[in-house]
Design a protein around this ligand. Structure first.
Ligand SMILES: Nc1ncnc2c1ncn2[C@@H]1O[C@H](COP(=O)(O)OP(=O)(O)OP(=O)(O)O)[C@@H](O)[C@H]1O
Ligand SMILES: [Mg+2]
Length: 476
């Protein structure tokens, strides 16, 4: 489907091309016609001037005559020689504008006054020219004085119909119009082709964007080559891949959450049904069942609280940074877990490397929760009489917090996965211990928000080391 937007773009491009070409061609044609006709006309008047001057000079040499007849015959001879084979009209007058000779005998002008502006200017001593339109077309006229010594004795008037020049100009004009029309036609075809090349991928992108807005991330653009269009296509495809991955993650998360919620709900339902169906259950049985139900509800509450924490981190509401003494923060975590460790007779050692910088700007609650979740795991997954070592140090501009235990350790293949949401190594056992599988996901998310990192390593004597790194300086 070619969308409306692509059509509009194509139309805009097409009309711009054509408009531009049309204006250029019109200007070019007007210029060519202007220069050409000016040249042709000035050439014509130059020719006429040359003839008029020859006539004037020759006439001047034999001006004095015994009578007008002789003068007429002489002038006739000069004019016939000069104008033979042309359609030029030639008139010779004296300074009173009385015609002495006219090669147009039909006009019957001999002895009559022939008054023309151009001739008047010649009698005044000027080499004059003018052009006028008549019924028979454009006419170029020139007039030069006839001088004897320094005295003007008459004038030569030559006129030539130059409609052939107009004809030539018109023919050239017509050729130019045909030529322009051809260029416009080629231009239209070319611009349709070019705009098709440009707008075709655009139409495809628009289709994909529409599909994305409808939640369909499966479409991909045919992005080949290195052009900007291809790069845009690739960027769009990359975006679709990312959106698809995100969508998949979201779906999985929703299904995981439902699954995790279903288990305690099913437990509560079973306990309720058993109580309802039991005939005369004793008070002890009722109390035991209610106690179990309460435990399930605790699990549900814990899970929901964890989910709320995660959703707050996902919302990325920003960090409330407080200059924090990190040893105090870790110390507070250990104190709150001391009771739990004591119950399993687990010893906790606390090691602060000398000279380590302690103050760092962090979101106290978020980092507290991260350290708490890791320390809580260390106690929870380490067998009785175990040993936990907490270390704080500095390395390459980072504050490093390590929590090492001598528990079962984590296989290499699982080291990445344990940070995934709801991931538990021994699923059923972990769930029995009340684990939601969200503790490390929350820890990682919080540390990432601080532009830090979190990783798990094997402890030298078995067990695992969780290492949090937080940058002292953050370049936002
Ligand atoms: N110190 C550890 N030693 C061994 N296994 C661990 C350790 N810490 C985490 N794990 C494993 O990683 C899994 C994920 O831990 P996580 O803290 O995300 O979830 P959880 O502890 O099961 O649940 P919750 O933190 O909500 O109690 C755990 O189920 C456990 O199998
Ligand atoms: Mg945990």
């Amino acid at each position: 489907m070619i969308s409306k937007a692509a059509h509009t773009t194509r139309f805009a491009m097409l009309s711009t091309y054509i408009g531009f070409t049309l204006v250029t061609l019109m200007l070019m044609s007007a210029y060519i016609i202007g220069v050409l006709s000016e040249n042709l006309y000035s050439e014509k008047s130059t020719q006429l001037f040359a003839k008029a001057n020859i006539i004037s000079m020759t006439a001047s040499n034999m001006w004095e005559a015994e009578d007008s007849n002789v003068q007429y015959l002489r002038l006739e001879d000069i004019m016939e020689r000069s104008l033979a084979g042309t359609s030029i009209r030639g008139v010779v007058t004296n300074t009173s504008y009385t015609v002495l000779y006219d090669n147009n005998s039909e006009a019957d002008m001999i002895g009559k006054v022939f008054m023309r502006d151009v001739l008047k200017r010649a009698i005044d001593g000027e080499q004059a020219e003018s052009m006028f339109d008549s019924d028979s077309g454009k006419t170029v006229t020139v007039s030069v004085p006839i001088e004897q010594g320094n005295v003007i004795v008459g004038g030569v008037y030559l006129a030539e119909n130059v409609s052939s020049i107009s004809e030539t100009v018109r023919t050239i004009q017509a050729s130019l119009i045909i030529f322009s029309a051809l260029i416009i036609l080629i231009m239209i075809m070319l611009s349709i082709f070019i705009s098709y090349i440009i707008t075709q991928p655009m139409a495809e992108f628009i289709d994909i964007a529409h599909a994305i807005s409808k939640g369909d991330f499966s479409k991909r653009a045919a992005a080949k080559g290195t052009s900007e269009m291809a790069q845009m296509g690739m960027a769009l495809n990359y975006m679709c891949d990312e959106l698809n991955a995100l969508d998949e993650k979201r779906r999985k998360f929703v299904s995981d959450v439902s699954h995790e919620l279903k288990t305690p709900m099913a437990g509560i339902k079973l306990l309720c049904d058993s109580l309802v169906e039991a005939e005369n259950p004793g008070m002890d049985t009722v109390r035991e069942f209610l106690g179990d139900m309460s435990e399930e509800i605790d699990r549900l509450t814990r899970l929901i609280n964890r989910l709320l924490t995660l959703s707050r981190l996902d919302a990325d509401a920003g960090l409330t940074l407080i200059e924090t003494d990190i040893t105090m923060l870790v110390g507070a975590v250990i104190r709150s877990l001391r009771q739990m460790a004591a119950e399993k007779e687990i010893s906790i050692g606390f090691d602060i490397s000398t000279g380590a910088e302690r103050t760092i700007a962090v979101d106290y609650d978020k980092i507290y929760e991260s350290v708490y979740n890791i320390a809580d795991n260390a106690i929870k997954y380490t067998p009785e009489n175990g040993r936990i070592q907490v270390r704080i140090g500095r390395n390459a501009g980072m504050c490093v917090i390590e929590i090492e235990d001598n528990g079962p350790g984590i296989p290499d293949s699982e080291k990445q996965k344990i940070f995934d949401r709801f991931y538990r190594l021994d699923d059923s056992r972990a769930r029995d211990t009340g684990g939601t599988g969200l503790g490390l996901a929350i820890a990682k998310e919080a540390v990432m928000l601080h532009k830090g990192s979190i990783e798990v390593l094997d402890a030298p004597e078995g067990g695992s080391i969780f290492r949090i790194k937080l940058p002292f300086e953050r370049n936002e």
